[in-house]
Structure formats: C-alpha cells, structure tokens
Design a protein around this ligand. Structure first.
Ligand SMILES: Cc1cc2nc3c(=O)[nH]c(=O)nc-3n(C[C@H](O)[C@H](O)[C@H](O)COP(=O)(O)OP(=O)(O)OC[C@H]3O[C@@H](n4cnc5c(N)ncnc54)[C@H](O)[C@@H]3O)c2cc1C
Length: 390
C-alpha cells in the first residue's frame, strides 16, 4: 500500500511493527471512524519472538512464528511503509525515513523495541552469536549442524546470561544437540531467572539439571575471542574454550534520532501514565523503549511482549479519549502470568490461575501465544496447525 500523499489528512504514524507497534496499528484500524494509519517497519515479517526457540528446533514453521505484514494488515486500511525511520522532528511533527521520505503525522507512536547490548565488552560484537530475531537463527542453526558432525562430547557452547532467553535456549539446545556438545551458562548474578516466578525458576533448575547444563553464577564475561571466553568468578579469572558463544546478557532500547533531544530515564523514553511524552503529548512511546519514571522496578510495567501488546491496545483507547475530548487514560499493566519454554515438548507456566509444567504446559503455552498473536485470521490458521501437531 502507498502512504497518503501530502495534502491529505495527516495520518497516525506508527514507527516499529513489533508487538507494541503492530498491536496499536491494528487497534487504531478498529476505531470508528477509522483513522488513516501508516506503519513504518523495515522488515517484511512480524516476528513472534517468544516462539523463536520452537522455530529453531523445527517444532513450529516460519509462517506460524513470522507471518508477513501483507497478510496481517490485509483489509485493515493500514499502509505499510517498508523503511526505517531515521529521524523525527517533534516540533515540525515529521518523520524522515532512511530512503529520504518525509511524513507529517497527527499522532506519532514510537515502538522501535530493543537490540542486544554488549556493554562494550571486548570481542562480544565480533565473536558472539545473538538470539534476538529471525536473522539470528541461520548462523546458530549452521553452528549446531557443524557441532553435530564432530565426535560426540568434544564441543562446548557457552551462553552468556541466565535470564529467560539464556535458560530457555540452554534447554532447547541440549535437546537439539542430543549429546553432541556440552552447554554452559554464565551469569553475573547469584541466581538464574532473577525476575521470574518462583515456580518457574524451580522448574527451570530441574530442567537444566536433568539435561546436564553447567551454570556458572556470580561470573562475569571479561572478553570473548572466536574460540575462548575470559571469565572472572568466585574462583578468580580463567579462560574457557568455546565452539560458539551466544550473547543473551543484555539489551538496550533502539531509539531513532529525535530532535529536540529528549532526556532519557534509565536509557529509555520517560512517558506519563497515559504513555504520552510529557513535553509532546501528541507522541506515545510504547514497549521496550518506554519507561514510567515514577515507578520502581517492582511497580513498573515489565519490558515484555505481554506489556507491549497491552500498551498497543491501550494506545487506541487513549486516542479515542483524545478525539472525544476526554481526559487522558492511565495505563495499568495486567499480569497474565509467565510461561517458559524448557526444551523440546516441555514448558512451565505460572499464571492463568495455575502452575503447570511438562508437555501439557508446552501445549498450553503455544495455544496461549496463539490467542495473543496480532491478526486473528492468521492466528486461526496457526491454531489449526498447532492443534493437530504432535
Ligand atoms: C528470544 C526472546 C524471547 C522472548 N520471550 C518473551 C516471552 O516469552 N514473553 C514476553 O512477554 N516477552 C518475551 N520477550 C521480550 C519481547 O519480545 C519484547 O519485550 C517485545 O518484543 C517488545 O515489543 P516492542 O514492540 O517494544 O519491540 P519489538 O517487538 O522488538 O519491535 C520493534 C520493531 O521496531 C522495528 N524498528 C526498529 N527500529 C526501527 C526504525 N528506526 N524504524 C522503523 N522500525 C524500526 C523493528 O524492526 C521491530 O520490528 C522475548 C525476547 C526475546 C529476544
């Protein structure tokens, strides 16, 4: 679709088609009357990142985990501009894209998400593999294939970070490697999954132990080379050989160039409880790039797909209130629980009124994600595939 030509009603411009941006664009398209919406997103596919593990293992197919925007946006009156927003002029209410296009907006939604953060640790950028998006899968899958060709037990994968991504990945990799290599997880803190629910942490510990994953707690990555990693831990500094190091130890928001410069809070864009910028109320910031400066870590909303979807849906309510001249709404995050993928056919769930682990939790996790997938018609096709799956 082509974006509206100049002279037409200025559209709502959404920058970033991830969980927050896509959910907001879809919610705007359900308003009556339907406002013109332009979604600026460089990729041609939406990526359902919580299911990347299943895509890597072959348990799910690409079309289920990464449906294309053309299908998701079909018939919804949303123009997809496949481009990258390179700069935003808040006073002029305009966005310039990498290809040199300039767009005026009536309302702007900033939802550009996050990217891996290496904290400047030498060698991470050049030598580590990532597990953050679709394009990270191929190098990882190629590495796994190579390790499977080597004599059993001679190779070692290291995962930096024992948050949800590191732990879920470790379980899945052990199942996929099936003894071809060992997996070690290095964590700076004194426990795995520091932000997870206690039941899920216990289940994860059991799953990691059962699979023989070695965990190094209180251990810092000092540098990474192509074949080894320098670590400092309770027993001092040492070198560990690796046949692949996967970096899951941090992420930072991807904020486009904005003028005038905005003051950040904890590296993110501070927003009011209405998710609007304080000085520019015609701009909403959603998802991983936004933070409530008044909340602490416990009372603030998490940086998760769950929160991003809820914020996307909230944005449409907020716009409606504004159009009707009502006061701004307050975004309240509703915790729907936490689900972890813990290896092939295994998962752990805390929430939805239950605690559950094992194969049933695995099926429920897939079904639950299905209901959260933006774009219902495609979601229903995915449901069919999952329900008849193993
Ligand atoms: C491996 C992995 C597993 C995860 N598992 C879970 C989970 O189980 N549950 C959960 O709740 N959360 C999970 N998360 C976190 C969750 O994915 C993020 O919190 C969520 O994606 C944030 O949504 P967002 O819309 O802010 O950003 P994203 O979903 O990252 O979307 C940002 C979009 O902006 C686009 N973009 C970036 N820059 C520009 C630009 N300049 N112009 C235009 N577009 C741009 C990007 O291409 C991208 O499509 C996981 C994350 C990872 C990496």
């Amino acid at each position: 679709m082509t974006p509206p030509a100049s002279g037409q009603v200025q559209p709502i411009v959404v920058i970033g088609g991830g969980f927050a941006g896509l959910s907001s664009a879809l919610a705007f398209s359900r308003l009556h009357p339907r406002p013109p919406v332009v979604l600026i997103e460089p990729r041609d596919r939406f990526v359902f990142v919580p299911l990347l593990y299943e895509l890597m293992s072959g348990e799910l197919k690409g079309w289920e985990v990464a449906p294309d925007y053309a299908s998701l946006l079909q018939g919804r009156g949303i123009s997809h501009l496949q481009d990258r927003a390179s700069s935003i002029d808040l006073d002029a209410r305009s966005v310039t894209t990498a290809s040199g296009r300039a767009l005026q907006y009536s309302q702007l939604v900033l939802a550009t998400g996050a990217q891996p953060e290496d904290f400047g640790i030498p060698g991470v950028r050049d030598n580590a593999l990532n597990f953050h998006t679709l394009s990270d899968l191929q190098p990882l899958q190629e590495r796994l294939q190579e390790l499977r060709r080597r004599p059993s037990g001679t190779s070692n994968l290291v995962i930096a970070g024992a948050g949800a991504t590191g732990v879920e990945l470790a379980c899945k990799l052990m199942d996929l490697l099936n003894g071809a290599a060992t997996v070690q997880v290095v964590e700076l803190g004194d426990q795995i999954l520091p932000r997870s629910k206690a039941f899920n942490r216990e289940q994860a510990e059991i799953s990691l132990k059962k699979r023989g994953v070695t965990i190094h707690l209180n251990t810092r990555v000092d540098s990474v080379s192509a074949t080894s990693v320098s670590l400092s831990g309770p027993q001092g500094s040492y070198q560990q050989n690796h046949d692949g190091l996967i970096w899951t130890a941090g992420s930072r928001p991807t904020i486009p160039d904005i003028s005038p410069k905005l003051e950040l809070h904890q590296g993110r864009l501070p927003v009011r409880e209405s998710l609007r910028l304080k000085a520019y109320p015609d701009v909403l910031a959603l998802g991983d790039i936004a933070v409530n400066p008044k909340a602490d870590e416990l009372s603030g909303w998490p940086h998760s797909a769950q929160a991003a979807i809820q914020q996307g849906q909230f944005a449409a309510k907020e716009l409606k209130a504004k159009l009707q001249g009502r006061d701004a709404n307050t975004f309240v995050f509703k915790d729907l629980g936490e689900m972890l993928s813990l290896g092939i056919g295994d998962a752990s769930i805390t929430g939805l009124g239950l605690t559950l682990s094992g194969p049933l939790a695995f099926k429920l996790r897939r079904l639950t994600y299905l209901t959260r997938l933006p774009g219902l018609s495609l979601g229903l096709r995915a449901a069919g595939a999952w329900l008849v799956g193993p």
